[in-house]
Write a protein that binds this ligand. Structure first.
Ligand code: NAD
Length: 491
């Protein structure tokens, strides 16, 4: 495959970065370089911010119902380009074509929900708070907003934010992950076809320098971040210190409890899809399965069978169920964490280390791995692995299982498999996690719900998607108006 070139998109122009620093973009299945991400400078970010700021007065004056007409067009462009976009995602990120398509469907769903902004962003009015006085709360755009995205959902994650920000009258800058920049380049080629006023949407490629420039620029009013917990904490602190609104989603270590009354066939199939789908590189991937009482024997046997039979390979090849992890470094890190787990005493009935896939010998593949009897205090039990590795633990009661779930540092997702409504209700009530699944392995909120996340999985208060996004991308203005009745006598 020939290498592709990357550009920034500023004020409706594709511009080449002047940077001489690049990060290689590698197809993780073939190991081939498919391009190089320029690490844009502070000055280049400043040009994008200026373009976005200049566009604000024009864009915010366009009525919301006209602004969403651009989103209706975008939805159809995304639908018509679904196949191309999905293939780009597979080639730069590694997930299978079906997984990439599902990712883009959620992106499109967010565009659809944001088309409801004319009603979602309405204000409120109280008439006669005193004689002749009314009080109004209206919502106005925040200003220039920016998204900083991770590698694992190159197509979907900017859409948790951008459609809402635009529909609410803000202007926008996207900084994709330097590991997977081509999906957003394609998305911006579609945005270009909308003929938006120049500067309404802007794309900046780069890494830390570009992020820091966004965090420090006084004209950037809101930052949406998704990525690992240490960087989320950093973004939240530095953005807040600079007076910005920040929502920062971090990493995860998602547990699932399997009760003895669960439908074992379903629990196994769904847990395997959650743990090994997208090669375990979903922030909602199940990473720890806790069996309770008699659930252990059957579940251990069936999950080992599901892990060993998964078909691993290049995501565009027919029948492949799981692709590579993102990079050679990531493969090395995952394999050394597995080894540390084994050294700490875990069993390894299914070992995915050290594999090569025929015709893709340079790919970064790790096969599904099961670690048995993982000690709750061990490193592997606490660390986000972000690979296709499922740790199994065993307890005697639901109380112990919930305690184990709630003892973790993260709170992105927790799931339970059971046929008991009572156990389900208790779990929903007590689980310390922002997204909860009952007989569900990837409890990904639809676009009309907030993408929640608690504890070290989220810093901020308003989440992406839905009404939370409307709150985040608007600032409330309260107006108290007096119109004395006697003035009307003049006319
Ligand atoms: P990452 O934190 O390495 O990078 C995310 C973004 O931050 C990238 O755009 C990157 O360029 C930028 N960045 C990296 N280091 C930086 C630094 N020192 N200073 C400033 N910016 C920096 O994350 P990743 O590896 O791309 O993505 C995987 C992580 O994202 C996992 O931890 C996963 O759980 C998490 N994630 C969370 C959610 C969620 O909803 N909570 C969703 C998807 C991914």
């Amino acid at each position: 495959m020939s290498e592709m070139k990357l550009f920034n998109y500023i004020a409706n122009q594709w511009v080449e970065s002047a940077s001489s620093d690049f990060v290689d973009v590698i197809n993780p299945a073939s190991g081939e370089r498919i391009g190089k991400t320029p690490l844009s400078s502070k000055e280049e970010v400043e040009r994008a911010v200026k373009a976005a700021k200049d566009a604000l007065p024009v864009w915010r004056r366009i009525p919301a119902q006209e602004r969403v007409q651009f989103l209706f067009k975008l939805k159809f462009l995304l639908e018509n380009n679904l196949e191309d976009l999905s293939k780009i995602i597979t080639n730069e990120c590694g997930k299978t074509y079906e997984e990439a398509r599902a990712e883009m469907r959620r992106a499109i769903e967010n565009v659809e929900v944001a088309c409801g902004i004319p009603i979602m962003s309405q204000g409120v009015i109280s008439e006669d708070i005193a004689p002749g006085i009314d009080e109004i709360m209206l919502r106005q755009p925040v200003g220039v907003c920016a998204a900083i995205a991770p590698f694992n959902f190159p197509g979907m994650i900017p859409f948790w934010f951008m459609p809402y920000a635009l529909a609410c009258g803000n202007t926008y800058i996207v900084k994709p992950s330097e590991k997977v920049p081509f999906t957003m380049q394609k998305v911006f080629s579609l945005l270009e076809q909308l003929n938006l006023p120049p500067g309404v949407v802007n794309l900046i490629n780069g890494a830390k320098d570009a992020v820091d420039a966004l965090l420090d620029h006084p004209d950037v009013r809101a930052i949406s971040f998704v990525g690992s917990t240490p960087i989320a904490k950093y973004i939240y602190a530095r953005g807040a210190q600079n007076g910005k609104r920040v929502q920062a989603q971090g990493g995860a270590k998602n547990p699932v409890i399997i009760l003895p009354d669960a439908d074992m066939e379903m629990a196994t199939r769904i847990t395997a899809d959650s743990a090994f789908g997208c090669a375990g590189q979903r922030c909602l991937a199940t990473s720890v399965a806790i069996t309770v009482g008699e659930a252990r024997t059957e579940f251990v046997e069936s999950i080992c069978e599901a892990a060993s039979s998964r078909i691993v390979g290049y995501g565009l090849d027919q029948g492949v169920q799981m692709g590579p992890v993102i990079s050679a470094q990531s493969k090395t890190k995952i394999e050394s964490l597995i080894s540390a787990g084994v050294s700490d005493g875990a069993g390894i009935p299914v070992d995915g280390r050290g594999v090569t896939i025929k015709n893709y010998e340079k790919g970064s593949f790790v096969r599904p791995t099961i670690l048995l009897d993982v000690a709750p205090a061990s490193e592997i039990a606490r660390t986000e692995i972000f690979g296709p590795v499922l740790s199994l633990m065993h307890v005697q009661s639901i109380d112990q299982a919930i305690e184990l779930v709630n003892s973790g540092q993260y709170g992105n997702q927790a799931s339970l498999f059971t046929s008991s409504g009572n156990a389900a209700r208790r779990f929903r009530y007590e689980a310390d996690a922002g997204n909860v699944g009952i007989n569900i392995g990837v409890a990904a909120p639809m676009a009309f719900f907030p993408f929640s996340g608690w504890k070290d999985s989220f810093f901020g208060d308003l989440h992406g998607q839905s009404m939370d996004a409307v709150e985040f991308f608007t600032q409330k203005k309260v107006v108290v108006e007096r119109w004395p009745r006697e003035w009307s006598r003049k006319f």
